[in-house]
Ligand binder design. Structure first.
Ligand code: SF4
Ligand code: SF4
Ligand code: SF4
Length: 374
């Protein structure tokens, strides 16, 4: 299904150039300040008001996410619908969740609270290399008991109950994608530039390759840490691949820098190993999550154009404009439950299956026989 692409204005071209250059500078200075100045000069050059680059990065990032969430909530209009439509209860809850998750879990707890608990002056950060293990990647599940509980118990449990809503309601990377996708310009990037061809969907196997790497890296680090094997050079090489190729190039520079060219969820579709694990878990655990299609569908296909994950939602809703009543979930799509398709449909032909409805406790969602696996 071809999407009509509105040409970019010169202002948008200029914005894209500034945006991409800022993302590159921002992430390089944040993650690798030692590439630019000697280690002992990093505080002088890149720390500001006695606070680290990590602190300022988190402040700008969280300020942006929380500010835009508040803007959506205050505006009280659906960010997805072309017509003026009030913000649905689902979207209100989602943006409230994004606001509080970002503010409390990804800013206050890691960056403000420890300073008060340590009882040290707030504006006096000593130099500390950026802790790349602080990101929630699957390999963290091998490094500590809390990491194991988070990655291998808590996240799969949320998938079982809520689907991959973790990605659209909570995750810090997903929070940025959601708020940018709620602005008029970001929403246009999602609609016009998200890859939607069959080939683009097949390429999602890349995520499983990143997942395999993460599991291998985590297992090697665990065995090395327990002194069951001694492989310092292997650990160093794997860490270099993780830091440079996956974390910096794929996750940060492409994952965020490509928003204007490939939509907001490139990393989430092709890179994030946690999402790969959630998707596998959802496929085989018969998660209760599903998007239900109703007989009111008229075949407008707006839902497919709105999906940031490149899912051909309309394929589940109609065949040659004849409505298909059924549902789709994690067994046949990478849906993150953002609700964009539900919101944009003008005839209410899509809804989410209710999580706590006792009729939903059957082991397997009924999927229309017309639905192919994505
Ligand atoms: S796919 Fe990964 S990075 Fe994206 S929102 Fe989900 S957990 Fe976060
Ligand atoms: S579900 Fe709604 S938006 Fe999607 S094809 Fe049907 S009528 Fe169109
Ligand atoms: S199918 Fe709908 S709810 Fe799922 S990711 Fe796409 S737009 Fe969001």
């Amino acid at each position: 299904m071809a999407t009509r692409v509105t040409p970019r204005s010169w202002q948008e071209h200029l914005f894209c150039v500034i945006f991409v250059l800022s993302v590159i500078c921002f992430f390089l200075i944040y993650k690798y300040p030692q590439w630019f100045v000697a280690e002992e000069q990093i505080v002088d050059y890149f720390y500001w008001l006695g606070k680290s680059t990590s602190f300022w990065y988190a402040t700008v990032y969280s300020g942006f996410v929380c500010g835009l969430s508040l803007w959506v909530l205050k505006r009280n209009r659906s960010p997805y619908s072309g017509v003026k439509k009030p913000l649905s209860q689902y979207q209100r809850r989602k943006f409230l969740s994004i606001f509080f998750a970002q503010l409390i879990c990804f800013y206050f707890v890691p960056f403000i609270l420890p300073e008060f608990l340590d009882n040290k002056p707030f504006f006096s950060d000593p130099y500390k290399p950026t802790d790349k293990d602080a990101y929630i990647y699957v390999y963290n599940g091998f490094l500590s008991a809390s990491g194991f509980l988070y990655v291998f118990v808590l996240v799969p449990l949320t998938v079982w109950y809520f689907g991959k809503r973790y990605c659209s309601w909570f995750c810090s990377c997903g929070n940025l994608a959601e708020v940018v996708g709620a602005t008029p310009i970001g929403n246009r990037w999602v609609k016009q530039y998200t890859p939607r061809s069959e080939g683009a969907r097949k390429l999602e196997w890349l995520q499983y390759a990143v997942l395999c790497f993460a599991l291998f890296f985590g297992a090697i680090m665990l065995l090395h840490g327990l002194e069951i094997i001694s492989a310092p050079r292997l650990v160093d090489s794997l860490r270099e691949i993780q830091d440079l190729s996956i974390d910096l190039m794929f996750g940060a520079l492409i994952g965020v820098g490509a928003y204007p060219f490939l939509g907001t969820r490139i990393w989430c579709r092709y890179g994030c190993p946690l999402a790969g694990m959630m998707r596998l878990f959802g496929k085989f655990s018969r998660s209760r999550f599903a998007v239900v299609t109703h007989k009111t569908c008229r075949g407008f296909n707006l839902c497919s154009k709105q999906c940031p994950m490149g899912i051909d939602v309309a394929k589940y809703a109609h065949k040659d404009r004849k409505p298909l009543e059924g549902e789709f979930g994690l067994n046949n799509s990478p849906c993150i439950g953002c609700g964009g398709c539900v919101d944009i449909c003008p005839v209410k032909a899509l809804s989410f299956k209710k999580i706590l409805n006792p009729h939903n406790l059957s082991p397997s969602p009924q999927v229309s026989k017309h639905h192919k696996s994505v």
